[in-house]
Design a protein. Structure first.
Ligand code: CLF
Ligand code: SF4
Length: 508
């Protein structure tokens, strides 16, 4: 491993995670045994935690309308700096979308999935949605097709979904109890009739669950997204998880409510808060635990825009403005380089094999029977290649791992900006202070470099700064070995001096 350069040109911005030694890992890094499912998730960045370190997705915003209203959504809001579902800068026609997909596929060859996720509901805009997917299936045969829907119209389109080979469908299910639902959905329009209050949620829930059932019966892989809304549906989501698992959903993605007054949403305007990272993790753990729903949980969602492009941790949509693809669809300059793409994907798979082999030889795991009794949380700053390789001060996002001896399990990703609780709390707070608050439950932060001032501040907050350039899994497991069982704010006395373990890779 050590001698091979990390192929950043092939796999830009990637990081290793999990510790799963299976050929594919699902969103929760547990072992996928069914060969058919393993094949479907192998290069889908949302359905496989491991794959998301290597493969990119893109969304095309071809579906503006919606047939329900969620209290956390405002599709009128459009801000290039905003990043949450329902937000986009430009709505596309199917032909424009095809041109954009072809361009992105040639520029970002590890882009493996095209998703339609808004800005409204794809199935409330069936003509544009299916025409786009047909065109992409025709011209880009190696791209997986993915849909994310509120589920209201799933049953009406199930045959077409199956016929088009859309083998990944996400349904956003925030409740299965209309009493909970009436606090989330003010109205639903179904078969020409507008339903309100509890009736709206009853119609929606029945249709969502029937749609889920129909999809799983046809062996279409289903993920359920749920928005965690503290005080509204947080307790209820364990029951949702149990229910959808019983109906054959493959993965459950509990996401935090993103809510601020400037978004103009009902929740934003009425002061409904989102969960803290700790509350979110606790709920995800409950859904995953066998005393809860025992469900596969997705831990690496980034709550993408409806026009997101790139690896999940990055958004390159700005590089693909309309001027880059409009008018190029028919002039022959947008060739689909299938052979080139296959070569890149083969490179990625070779590299993944090597990483798995290294992980295996170090006996590092992220799931299974050898889970340690005690783990600590450590944060990782990374910008690619499966390595701890980012300067602390340059990181806008941290990967939070459960660490223990031979244990490195990705538990969450946390973005400094996303968890900022809004101007009232954050205006006067420095990025360093925000980051320390974000990582307050972590025992250490692993990064390639950290300056003296942040190092002192981290140490003073009980978070050990560790300078390391190594495989993430190895560095995390090593930190776990050292920190589990050691208590107190920090394992090292000299506040301000980061622990340096750079260059230790392969020493054991
Ligand atoms: Fe897009 Fe969704 Fe398909 Fe992924 S996103 S339609 S399943 S290709 Fe992924 Fe983005 Fe989270 Fe969605 S990180 S918001 S889960
Ligand atoms: Fe917005 Fe999606 Fe809800 Fe429709 S289903 S209101 S687009 S969040």
């Amino acid at each position: 491993m050590r001698s091979k350069p990390i192929p950043l040109t092939t796999v830009p911005g990637t990081t290793l995670g999990g510790g799963c030694s299976s050929t594919s890992s699902c969103g929760s890094a547990s072992v996928v045994t069914d060969a058919e499912i393993a094949e479907k998730v192998a290069n889908h960045p949302c359905y496989s935690q491991e794959a998301h370190q290597y493969y990119a997705r893109m969304h095309v915003a071809v579906a503006p309308g919606c047939n329900i209203q969620c209290n956390y959504c405002n599709r009128k809001f459009d801000c290039a700096n905003e990043s949450r579902p329902g937000v986009t800068s430009r709505k596309l026609t199917p032909d424009e979308a095809l041109a954009k997909v072809k361009l992105v596929a040639s520029e970002i060859k590890q882009m493996s999935v095209l998703g339609i996720a808004g800005p409204g509901d794809p199935l409330a805009n069936p003509r544009n949605t299916f025409r786009t997917l047909e065109l992409v299936a025709r011209d880009c045969p190696d791209i997986r097709l993915c849909l994310s829907t509120n589920g209201l119209k799933l049953l009406d389109h199930i045959d077409r979904i199956e016929a088009l080979g859309i083998d990944h469908v996400t349904i956003t299910i925030n409740m299965i109890d209309p009493e909970v639902g009436e606090r989330i959905y003010p109205w639903v329009v179904f078969q020409g009739k507008r339903y309100r209050g509890r009736d709206a949620s009853k119609v929606l829930s029945e249709r969502q669950l029937a749609g889920l059932q129909a999809l799983t019966e046809r062996k279409i892989l289903c993920k359920v997204n749920s928005v965690m809304i503290p005080g509204v549906n947080d307790d209820h989501l364990v029951e949702v998880s149990r229910t959808v698992k019983g109906m054959g959903a493959f993965l459950h993605n509990v996401m935090p409510l993103v809510s601020a007054p400037e978004h103009g949403t009902h929740y934003g305007l009425t002061g409904q808060r989102g969960p803290t990272p700790q509350e979110l993790k606790a709920l995800q753990d409950r859904c995953e635990g066998d005393d809860g729903a025992d469900m596969n949980m997705m831990r690496h969602c980034r709550q993408c825009r409806a026009d997101a492009v790139g690896l999940l941790g990055e958004d390159r949509s700005d590089e693909f403005g309309p001027e880059t693809y409009l008018g190029r669809a028919d002039d022959g300059t947008l060739e689909y380089d299938l052979a080139g793409r296959r070569e890149v994907h083969a490179d990625i798979e070779r590299w993944r094999e090597e990483v798995r082999a290294t992980r295996g030889s170090l006996q590092i795991e992220a799931s299974g029977v050898r889970a340690p009794d005690e783990v600590v949380l450590v944060a990782v700053a990374t910008k690619g290649g499966g390595v701890v390789n980012q300067h602390f001060g340059h990181a806008d996002e941290f990967w939070i791992y459960e660490a223990g001896p031979n244990w490195a399990k990705l538990a969450q990703t946390r973005s400094v900006a996303r968890y900022c609780a809004g101007p009232s709390e954050c205006d006067d707070e420095s990025k360093l202070d925000k980051t320390i608050r974000l990582l307050s439950d972590c025992r250490a932060v692993l990064c390639s470099k950290v300056g003296p001032e942040p190092s002192r501040a981290l140490s003073a907050a009980g978070i050990e700064p560790v300078e390391v350039y190594d495989l993430i899994d190895q560095a995390v497991a090593e930190a776990g070995r050292r920190l589990v069982g050691s208590h107190g704010p920090s394992a090292h006395e000299d506040h301000g001096t980061p622990v340096a373990v750079t260059g230790q890779r392969g020493a054991r």
